[in-house]
Design a protein around this ligand. Structure first.
Ligand code: AMP
Length: 441
């Protein structure tokens, strides 16, 4: 809910009018930090709702302390005229119940007309760096009162050769301003700009969905908790074509238990979890890299940043609790564009979680079953529009009762994930999406 941010009431009213109810992930992360007055570096894609993530705190600041005699109080730089126009529209929508005025200064427009616009002393100036510099050089752009500087799509501004213009404009704004820098990528190309324009920024990284390689097949297998689930894992490790595999569990206890079971069954396995010390961790990773072991059992924390070539199978023995965790796990395979398979084992109690992850990623996992190892659990009888199970009273014993029931309808193969979740994302990063038809029973 936007009300949680304690934004100015006129902004909340605008949000209500615009039917913005839930903040997107980038908004949930950036708005509170920006309201604290911190400098931020945000990695988020277009379509993630990032415009509101900087416009709302910026307007809140202008509304909280009126300064009728000051010059422009906020400067928003963008790489293209189209983006600048869109941003102006967003500003006007959010500022509709205020007296705050914004103006647009981009190339391809009459220079003098723009000069006249600037003389009206708008609180917010939105524009492209080249033309803004020309206006500055002509003495039309007072920047001495700027309190908030926004660099949106900073990576693109660099690509388009605007670095010098951006730095020059930033250098004209007061040093004690707040600066918010947004970019779609988190590469090192921005380092110099970040060092020059931001002060002790917090980095919010929100584009993980984009990290999934489209060469990775994403599948789900319905399972029954306990022996059946374990049998499916054993089958996969025995029969699935792979060079190296990583099996994720949600707990250390589960990781140790599975490791013991696999070793007892004759597999060469290493386990990685938070209780293992650095030496064990290094050894496990080295052995996996060398190919001395093919299978690693790991928890999320232990597998952070793991980069092993030819790791082509990821099994989610336990469904991860969050979309970002899923993305991280899947990112262990298919590195540098290589192909891979990610298989999640979904029991009765995991269905809704799995469906939330699908919505977050905006894709549908491919349903798969193993001949001779079908689960009693066939998926929910009915689905809500959200894709979650309808009317799920906890009746665990239902699973397995309907012998001979047909398997859940095979769903389409996973598509390439689109951009980061756009509108309406709840705080855990799960975005509602138009649903598929209920899976057939
Ligand atoms: P942006 O990434 O800022 O370009 O935003 C993408 C689109 O999502 C724009 O049309 C926004 O108006 C819309 N949008 C942003 N945040 C929300 C939200 N919390 N609820 C509904 N729509 C939103």
């Amino acid at each position: 809910m936007f009300a949680q941010f304690a934004l100015h009431e006129r902004l909340l009213k605008a949000l209500e009018t615009l039917s913005f109810t839930e903040p997107t992930a980038v908004q949930a992360a950036a708005i509170p930090k920006a309201l604290e007055g911190r400098d931020l570096r945000v990695t988020a894609q277009t379509g993630s709702g990032k415009t509101a993530a900087f416009v709302l705190p910026l307007l809140h600041r202008l509304l909280s302390e009126e300064k009728p005699r000051s010059g422009a109080r906020a400067l928003i730089l963008l790489p293209t005229r189209e983006l600048a126009q869109q941003t102006l529209k967003e500003v006007e929508r959010f500022a509709q119940f205020t007296f705050i005025k914004a103006c647009l200064i981009t190339g391809g427009e009459d220079f003098k007309v723009q000069g006249a616009r600037l003389r009206k002393n708008p609180e917010i100036i939105i524009g492209t760096p080249g033309r803004l510099n020309e206006q500055f050089n002509a003495g039309n752009l007072p920047l001495g009162d700027v309190e908030v500087l926004v660099l949106d799509e900073a990576d693109r501004m660099l690509d388009m050769g605007f670095a010098e213009d951006v730095l020059k404009l930033a250098g004209q704004c007061p040093a004690q301003r707040q600066t918010l820098l947004f970019s779609a990528t988190a590469g090192s190309g921005l380092r110099e700009m970040i060092e020059q324009v931001l002060r002790e920024p917090e980095h919010l990284l929100l584009n993980r969905v984009g990290e999934i390689n489209e060469e990775v097949r994403q599948q789900v297998i319905l399972v029954d908790e306990g022996e059946h689930k374990e049998a499916v894992l054993f089958w996969l490790l025995q029969n699935e074509p792979y060079e190296k595999a990583i099996v994720f569990t949600n707990t250390r206890v589960q990781a140790d238990r599975l490791t013991g079971r696999l070793i007892a069954a004759g597999h060469k396995v290493f386990v990685l979890h938070g209780e293992k010390d650095q030496k064990d961790r290094k050894l496990a990773i080295e052995r996996l890299k060398q190919g001395a072991v093919k299978i690693l059992i790991a928890t999320d924390v232990a597998a952070r940043g793991l980069d092993v070539d030819n790791l082509d199978l990821v099994v989610n023995y336990d469904v991860p609790r969050k979309g970002d965790e899923y993305v991280h796990r899947i990112g262990r395979t298919g590195r540098a564009g290589a192909a891979g398979t990610a298989i999640s084992l979904v029991a009765h109690t995991d269905w809704n979680l799995m469906s939330s992850i699908e919505r977050y990623l905006k894709l549908r996992f491919e349903a798969r079953s193993i001949p001779g190892l079908k689960a009693g659990y066939k998926g929910p009888k009915k689905l809500k529009a959200s894709g979650k199970a309808a009317g799920t009273k906890k009746k665990k014993t239902d699973a397995g009762k309907k012998a001979g029931a047909k398997p859940a309808a095979r769903r389409k193969p996973a598509n390439k994930p689109k951009a980061a979740p756009s509108a309406v994302v709840s705080n855990d990063g799960m975005a509602p999406l138009k649903r598929r038809k209920p899976a057939a029973e």
